[in-house]
Design a protein around this ligand. Sequence first.
Ligand SMILES: [Zn+2]
Length: 603
Amino acid sequence: MRLDPASLLGGWQELNAAATIPHCVDNVERTGAIANFRRLAEAGPDGPQGTFQGPWFADSDLYKTLEAIGWEAGRTGGDRWAGLLSEVAGLLERVQASDGYLNTYVQGTPGKEPFANPEYTHELYCAGHLLQAAVALHRGSGDERFLTVARRVADLVVRSFGEDGEPLIDGHAEVETALVELYRETGEESYLRAAELQVERRGHRTLALGRFGSQYYQDHLPVREATEAIGHSVRQLYLAAGVTDLYLENGDETLLHAMERLWDSAFGTKMYVIGGHGSRHRDESYGDPYELPADRAYAETCASIAALQWCWRMLLATGQARYAEEMERALLNAIAASMDHTGAAFFYSNPLQLRTGHDGSSEDAPSERLPWFGCACCPPNLARLLASLHGYAATSDASGLQLHLLTPGAFSGATLSAVVETGYPWDGDLRVTVSGHGELAVRVPSWAEGATVAVTGARVLSEPTPGAYLRVSCEDGATVRLTLPMAPRLVRADERVDAVRGCVAVMRGPVVYCVEQADLPDDILVEQLRLDASAAITEERGQDDITPVRLRLSGEARPHETSLYAPYDPASLAGTPLTFTAIPYHAWANRGPGAMRIWIPVL
Ligand SMILES: [Zn+2]
């Protein structure tokens, strides 16, 4: 699978290789994540010099960066990072204890004992990221050194927490998907069993309550009984991805049914329109159903990445288009917004509104993207996702090829290969040229009412239906042309989302739009805008590469309020007619700090 480097998604992969991965490497060096290993590797008889640096899960920043390097090596075959990999592999080999244990926070901090505080030390979380890095490096470049270290860690997990071991789970789910992936890579069934035990043991309130209670780590109910997405959103979504991975390997239908129910809760009542998850800053958690404040959205970048990873597994489990559609929503909106056009500045939280006068001095809710974070989970998570993005675009089976992300590139399966040409998501025309024989499936988005198909050398098996797959039986050399309607449209939220009641969001295809202060006259604030929902929306093209399609909206600017509270008087609400520009949400905050909003009140 290969994405066209000139396309939106393919371009991100190129930017990731050129800028984001090197930026992550620089920062894991600068912040001490590599030095934590050197310090232990070079320790003399008096023990290590200096102190551990960074948060207790700093090892995972390095591991995620290594994973990105592994996928990138598989994508391009380059060996740019050979020197770094050689040094880090040597460090890991030297620091790893004789029993396989490896964690520079616990090993490098006096008084810490392995697995003594699973609620917060993230030891299995970090181990999981090491396993995933090792799998990526092994698949990408055949590297055996990291795989050997990772297997020793996994073997320790099997011995310590396997069938006959302690019933310990980690406060932060992550190791579940990693153990399944390592099982896939090595065929070692005890890793799969260890992942099953991690899942089975969660939900029995074995973790200490801590500040935020059992729900925070999804330890309040067994996964088959939990009906609501709850607690720390990244932990919830990684856990769900791991449970779905287990279903894919062991076929336990009760796990799939539980995940379908949980998915309905997360994506049906708790997801932001940008594909963000988590509405509370305090504990980085999901809120109540429909608690989705635009301005205080947490919507951590890692949560959208985790949501994409879970949806991918649900797609593999069921073949249903809705899972691919939610992958696309997250990718083109929340995830795309989290990185700027330099590939070296990031949002951690992704609000849907920034107020005039917002205090952006905290990295918790900044006004602009930042180069790095004290808790730096998001940037290297982006790097590993983007380096592996081509792997999410299409699948194949004995019957043929299925296209999930509608992006230009070359995709191949056992019986069928396809070259896709399109300007999507800016244009709705997809031209697919097929080699081989078999069935081609192309996802038709749920909003694409009126999509049409034209074929040569092929037979349409099912017409394009929104929210399903167009299916075409193809001969060698067949062409399939799918045309999707791309007119801008207005979207409303369920009435129970009180925070945006009376507002609409503007979407065009899969892309969510926003209004930024930078596009308004100086004397009109974003907060004064009202949208005329009955007025036509016009398109402006070719302004720049970041916003190739801008929209012109009509409405009015309400007068500035003169007091915080005043007698209700409908006559005082009359405004001045105005047309204003909307840009793709993912392009916001590229012109300095300023107010922004997605949800606009209607007249
Ligand atoms: Zn994060």
